[in-house]
Design a protein around this ligand. Sequence first.
Ligand code: FA5
Length: 344
Amino acid sequence: MDELLKIQEEALGKINDCQSLKDLNDLRVFYLGKKGPMQAAMKSMKDMTKEERAAFGQVSNKVKQDLTAAIEEKKQVLEEAEMNEKLKHERIDITLPSYALPLGSVHPLSMVREELEDLFIGMGYSVAEGPEVESDHFNFELMNLPKGHPARDMQDTLYIDENTLMRTHTSPVQARTMLEANGQGPIKIICPGKTYRRDDDDATHSHQFSQCEGLVIDKNITMADLKGTLELFAKKMFGEKREIRLRPSYFPFTEPSVEVDISCHNCEGKGCPMCKYTGWIEILGAGMVNPKVLEMCGFDPEVYQGFAFGIGLERVAMLKYGIDNIRNFYSGDLRFLNQFTRKD
Ligand code: FA5
């Protein structure tokens, strides 16, 4: 027992003097482990009487408990000291300027799309969607372009099989929405989305591009509603001073049809390379929904009229941001995209 108490005294002294968590752990392993002096002292138990052994057992347990408690207490003291030391060195200087975090940027096409959505949602439109892999029926036939119609040549098509294709415009969403409405107006939708054509890629054409369709069906809708809507679109997207002009055109799904030009925002209509010195920029196709389309899509043309338009989103983005090559949108070139990094 004297031996045990000697060990305890010696251990407590060392624990008290200990300066690091590692040394403390070494002490714990040494004094409380299987190969330490405590364990060696226990070996003498085999020569003791039953009573002596019980008394010895009690003392050795008490020593173990005391040492464990002392080690735990010292551990907390050392941990706290270590933390204080760490905090002293890691103090944060909040007056230092912070690092600029690299931010991603919204793609210019997404910006235009979101701006258009905000504008038209604000006028009571909802956003509709349709599949990019479309049937010939929706893309062409319900748009008054039966098989063999010469106007199909206006949209060079990527066919998947005889009746399935990559949609060439967002107009099939018109047909889908009208059929879902079961002949009951009003309908007020825009449909932004990807479109595909077998066009040769050049500075202004891409085999994959984006359009935003607009469709309004109701009673007493006239060309004046179309013009007013597009005027507002031109002013909100390109500035309050913009004017629009309508030129007669042809689309099988609208009658009458128009090409819409806006007065050039780059030169205020005086003439510049952007407007090819005409003062006007062609921006979209539109018209009054052809009564044949209304009928095929379940609406009574005697009761309902409508207007529709189709905007090329790349074209709007190119004009708005002065982008001279459509390939920039799809190159993934960070030097291009970083120019659109949000400043807020
Ligand atoms: C159409 O696609 C009609 N569906 C638009 C429409 C809708 C008219 C509703 C009337 C009523 P168009 O083929 O002109 O029309 O295409 C519309 C716009 O898509 C063009 O003005 C142009 O900006 C864009 N566009 C067409 N082909 C390409 C292409 N290969 N690359 C990039 N943009 C294109």
